[in-house]
Design a binder for this molecule. Structure first.
Ligand SMILES: Nc1ncnc2c1ncn2[C@@H]1O[C@H](COP(=O)(O)OP(=O)(O)OP(=O)(O)O)[C@@H](O)[C@H]1O
Length: 510
């Protein structure tokens, strides 16, 4: 770029501005205070938040101005206290066409220099039934033009059956893509997760069924355009369920690594998951909600109420491997936010400890808790959602190689309700005598059969088990899908996948 173009007098809607392009920021200052006195006089946008720049007036025709002297910058805009992003455009008028052309080239060059993580080609899966059929409309009316504007090529597939996306990823030639995107809910995300992790392991010759296998991290990133009835993964990684916000994170190439939990039963890989793996309460709620599908999304609330009052607990033994020494704990009252140091420093820490882990997993350093559990929850991230803004474990990290294990021992219905209620009122849900929480890297659970006396006691309860009979064991709820077993072991895989996201931005200080 010509040196004189780094700073230049231009016009926005007839008002003179000084436009400055620095290493990573484009800013303009209104030289006349009068017309813009209510607004900030200088506007600055990071170059990496520019979506595109084009010659022309971006449809804001200014009378008497030749379009060839104009250029338009399309960029991310955010309200200070909100996580919602939108697309803004601003049109500059240059003294002549040559100056306008040079500015476009200069901004494009800077975008290229800072934008090596931006995707150029994406594979998009739309679940036409996601979110009660709204996914296709959301994609075609709100998202596809954004990708076009940013010059991103897309191959779009509308799924025709469950597991269509997963199976496609397992077979297709993915070499030309920079990422895969799902337009749907958590179920669609889970399909992409399974497809990508399995595909990566098979391409790299890793046997994923072995519990102690070192899985190969996936190089393709996953984008989530939230369009389902549950979009928890999007909420916990972006901070809001808004399709346009997510699309803009994809376009500018944000990258958020993420831990993945692998669950095994009897030596067999059962599922991968990133948020909740729950036995007892959350397993029963899911099982019960399946019987209530006909009532719609409210089925989860109805099943939840029933299961709270059934107050069913399940005996067994939980063993876990604690996380390595680190500067975080589940009770430290911090939050995993954009640029989290605990996550970014975890790679170094875990690399050093990797060999030790291999040894530990076979040795005797497992800790043990035996009891009668109302709930056993393992969550790889906070599992925040619109209903519970801080989530199941508010301080959990997205990418530090750990999960939080929450054990809720048998208690009265009132005490359990108090624990559940604290997920929504920001009180400490772990500060109760029957609740404990541990930061872990692996866990295994062995159910215990109960004796005749216990069986009779359970049969006399007013609210029986979800299926109407007395159940010795619960089932596991793994990211909203049923694992029909009680014995389970779980292992956390550090930063196995990457999302087009940047974690939740800390907007409290802006
Ligand atoms: N074309 C299809 N037909 C039927 N099922 C599909 C199709 N495409 C995807 N699915 C399945 O639908 C399930 C739910 O999809 P998704 O998560 O996108 O929507 P949702 O509205 O959030 O779903 P839920 O009602 O389960 O919360 C996924 O598990 C996925 O495997």
């Amino acid at each position: 770029m010509e040196k004189e173009n780094l700073m230049c007098l231009l016009r926005i809607k007839g008002t003179e501005v000084s436009l400055v392009l620095e290493q990573s920021v484009l800013s303009w200052t209104f030289n006349k205070r009068r017309a813009y006195r209510k607004k900030s006089l200088t506007v600055a946008i990071p170059v990496n938040e520019i979506v595109t720049v084009r010659l022309g007036d971006g449809k804001q025709q200014t009378k008497g101005v030749a379009p060839s002297t104009q250029f338009t910058v399309y960029h991310v805009s955010r309200k200070s206290s909100s996580k919602r992003w939108s697309l803004q455009m601003v049109t500059f008028t240059a003294p002549d066409a040559q100056v306008a052309h040079s500015w476009v080239q200069a901004i494009q060059k800077k975008m290229f220099e800072t934008g090596h993580t931006r995707p150029r080609k994406l594979l998009v899966f739309i679940n036409p039934y996601g979110g009660r059929g709204k996914a296709s409309r959301i994609y075609y009316s709100e998202i596809s033009f954004l990708f076009q504007l940013a010059g991103i090529e897309t191959d779009v597939i509308e799924t025709t059956r469950a597991n269509h996306a997963r199976d496609y990823i397992l077979e297709a030639d993915l070499q030309t893509y920079d990422g895969v995107v799902c337009v749907g809910g958590d179920g669609m995300f889970s399909e992409l997760l399974h497809g990508l992790v399995k595909r990566t392991q098979s391409d790299s010759g890793v046997c994923e069924d072995k519990e102690n296998a070192m899985l190969t991290p996936c190089s393709l990133r996953i984008g989530i355009i939230p369009a389902g009835s549950t979009d928890c993964v999007c909420f916990a990684t972006v901070g809001i369920n808004d399709p346009v916000t997510s699309a803009l994170h994809i376009i500018i190439g944000d990258t958020q690594p993420m831990d993945v939990c692998a669950s095994y039963n009897d030596g067999q890989l059962m599922k991968y998951s990133v948020s909740l793996i729950g036995y007892g309460f959350f397993g029963d709620v899911l099982r019960e909600s399946e019987n209530l599908r006909w009532v719609g999304p409210i089925r989860y609330d109805l099943a939840g109420i029933k299961m709270v009052f059934s107050n069913q607990s399940y005996r067994g033994t939980v063993e876990y491997l604690e996380a390595y020494e680190s500067n975080s704990s589940p009770r430290d009252n911090t939050r995993c936010r954009t640029g989290c140091l605990v996550c970014s420093e975890s790679s170094e820490r875990l690399r050093e400890a990797a060999e030790e882990c291999q040894a530990d997993c076979q040795s005797d350093t497992w800790k043990k808790v035996t009891g009668s559990f109302l709930a056993i929850n393992i969550t790889g991230m906070s599992s925040a959602c619109p209903k519970s803004q801080d989530g199941l474990s508010p301080t959990a990290h997205l990418a530090d190689g750990t999960a939080d294990l929450i054990l809720v021992q048998e208690s009265s219905t009132m005490q359990f309700l108090r624990h559940l209620n604290r997920h929504t009122n920001r009180k400490d849900q772990f500060a109760l005598p029957n609740v404990e929480v541990h930061r872990i890297r692996a866990m295994r659970f062995t159910p215990e059969e109960f004796d005749e006396e216990e069986a009779i006691r359970r049969q006399k309860r007013f609210f029986g088990c979800p299926c109407g009979r007395t159940s010795e064991t619960s089932i596991w709820n793994c990211d909203g899908e049923i694992l029909n077993c009680a014995e389970l072991s779980v292992r956390v895989h550090h930063q196995l996948i990457q999302l087009f996201a940047r974690g939740i931005e800390d907007t409290s200080r802006s």
